[in-house]
Design a protein around this ligand. Structure first.
Ligand code: PEP
Length: 250
């Protein structure tokens, strides 16, 4: 039995006071048994979010981090800094970081390993662009990104990773993948994990879909056998909508 995960990625939205207002509204609708609910705010909001969710089942995540412990890396935040704050999750390899900030498969691999070494749960994002999909290269791209990110992990470490299949063309566009297309790729990722590790690990890993998930399409996505939840951008910004998504997974 895989526990479903609904994770919100606020991206570069919300000040500290807006985050606290959100939490107040969300806590009444967003706490559901049987769903791992995660809110990934901008770095500056994390202390307030951690404090505001004490004694709640809502987990807080960062949207990125560096893999080194400390050093001359101006503007970066380390895994131990997140751990020290009590942040349990971190998004790694989001397509916006890959495209806009030059994140490579190698840096994604370093971040996944560093997160696990610091007892953080990495939410590893993989997914193809529209050109790659139209060229029939979805599986090739998803395989490469997945294998490169997880190849050095032990089975025990892999079982703690959450993978998010996020087709780049579906992120923030309002154009979600169909539930069937999402299921096909998510099942493909599970087969990759079975090849790289074993079937038991593949069965344990939570694999989410992300890309224009909203209350109107969450049900059909969650009905798919291999989809264990969602990584949500736009619809996580509103506590009501995000609460409906958590409800759908409960
Ligand atoms: C995301 O940022 O990971 C995402 C899936 O965004 P959206 O839900 O807005 O498409």
């Amino acid at each position: 039995m895989r526990i479903p995960v609904i994770a919100g990625n606020w991206k570069m939205h919300k000040t500290i006071s807006e985050s606290l207002d959100y939490l107040e509204a969300f806590r009444t609708v967003g706490e559901k048994n049987g769903v791992e609910t995660v809110l990934c705010g901008p770095f500056l909001t994390l202390p307030a979010l951690v404090e505001g969710t004490e004694n709640s089942s809502i987990g807080i995540g960062a949207q990125n981090m560096h893999w080194e412990e400390q050093g001359a890396f101006t503007g970066e935040v380390s895994p131990s800094m997140l751990r020290d704050l009590g942040v349990p999750y971190v998004i790694v390899g989001h397509s916006e970081r890959r495209t806009l900030f030059g994140e490579t498969d190698e840096s994604v691999r370093n971040k996944v390993r560093a997160a696990l070494a610091h007892d953080l749960v990495p939410i590893l994002c993989v997914g193809e662009t529209i050109e790659e999909r139209e060229d029939g290269r979805t599986q090739e791209i998803v395989r490469k990104q997945t294998v490169e990110a997880v190849q050095e992990l032990s089975s025990k470490e892999m079982a703690r990773v959450i993978v998010a299949y996020e087709p780049v063309w579906a992120i923030g566009t309002g154009r979600s993948a169909t539930a069937e297309d999402a299921q096909d790729v998510v099942a493909f990722i599970r087969r990759i994990l079975a090849d790289q590790f074993d079937q038991q690990v593949a069965n344990q890993v939570r694999i989410l879909y992300g890309g224009s998930v909203k209350p109107a399409n969450i049900d059909e996505l969650l009905q798919m056998d291999d989809i264990d939840g969602a990584l949500v951008g736009g619809a996580s910004l509103d506590p009501e909508s995000f609460g409906q998504l958590v409800d759908a997974a409960a």
